[in-house]
Design a protein around this ligand. Structure first.
Ligand SMILES: O=C1O[C@H](CS(=O)(=O)O)[C@@H](O)[C@H](O)[C@H]1O
Length: 302
């Protein structure tokens, strides 16, 4: 079992840091603070972190081939142009935004933008996954994929375009779906890995939050409330652990010139005052150098 230790690189104190994305073109890391309603751009060369406020919670972002970002905010789909600070709404949210919001999402190899939505009361498995569709005269969300989960998380697309990974955080499970990158069709779902719930295991190791696949096809999953990131083999076995000095790592991204720096976002949300006093770095951005590379993030195709 390989082990690594992540270190703080940005004391951001985000309420709910999420969705880090490495821009190969800009050599910087975009990331978001969902609860803080902010978009961020961290430049490791200067340690500067630029911030933009947005009108409602951003659930996820993706890099766009024509420049800038796309963003799934609670009330809809937007294009964002960092240079101008311009946020342009292109489609309404496909759900009742009073008790649902977008959460984790990313682009597939065909440049489609996928966004999972979570039912915030978490009292039923009502989360769904939506894919943005571009028609000749219409940009909007395709049919929702009712996933039967509470919180859609951990979205990742296999390099061969034939698998889609997704986790259900409160239910401690990671799924792998059959997927067809050419058509965007989502197929049969199978359990990829299950994590012990509180009380089921001597030491609670957290629950599967955001994730990414590395160049060897291994799935790296941030363990919310577990203070670690787990590396799973393609067969779903835990083969590596990154220790994080805060309880709530939320999502990861491979970055740096060689894509061998693992960036980890984290959260303050849900932590007690006592916990925050013991973990003042909660909500920060962490990093660790690895001996395995990630893959460049697919870009959204306008
Ligand atoms: O991605 C997220 O997951 C966390 C974990 S859980 O749903 O509470 O188990 C959640 O708190 C957060 O709001 C969500 O963005």
């Amino acid at each position: 079992m390989r082990e690594w230790q992540a270190e703080l690189v940005l004391d951001a104190r985000a309420q709910l840091g999420e969705c880090p994305l490495w821009s190969v073109a800009e050599q910087c890391l975009y990331w978001i603070d969902i609860a803080g309603r902010r978009l961020h751009r961290y430049d490791p060369a200067t340690s500067l972190d630029r911030v933009w406020w947005v009108p409602c919670e951003p659930g996820c972002i993706a890099l766009a081939e024509k420049g800038g970002l796309v963003a799934a905010l609670r009330d809809g789909f937007y294009r964002f142009y960092p240079q101008e600070g311009l946020l342009d709404k292109l489609a309404d949210a496909p759900y009742d935004s009073r008790d649902m919001r977008f959460n984790d999402g990313r682009c597939d190899s065909a440049g489609r933008f996928w966004a999972g939505a979570m039912y915030e009361p978490r009292t039923a498995e009502l989360a769904a996954m939506f894919c943005l569709e571009r028609g000749a005269t219409r940009l909007g969300w395709g049919p929702q994929q009712d996933l039967g989960v509470k919180v859609s998380n951990g979205l990742a697309f296999a390099a061969d375009g034939q698998s889609l990974f997704q986790s259900d955080t409160p239910n401690h499970v990671i799924y792998r779906f059959a997927f067809d990158a050419a058509s965007g069709q989502v197929g049969e779902r199978k359990v990829f890995a299950r994590l012990p719930a509180k009380g089921e295991d001597a030491v609670y190791g957290g629950r599967p939050d955001g994730a990414a696949l590395d160049a060897e096809g291994c799935y790296w999953s941030a363990q919310y409330e577990g203070g670690r990131v787990l590396r799973f083999s393609p067969q779903g076995e835990i083969i590596g652990i990154v220790r994080v000095p805060v309880t709530r790592p939320t999502m990861i991204a491979f970055g740096g010139a060689d894509l061998r720096t693992l960036y980890i976002t984290s959260a303050r949300e849900g932590a007690s005052d006592d916990e925050l006093a013991r973990q003042p770095q909660a909500g920060g951005l962490f990093a660790v150098r690895l001996d395995v590379a990630g893959r460049p993030e697919p870009l959204y195709q306008d």
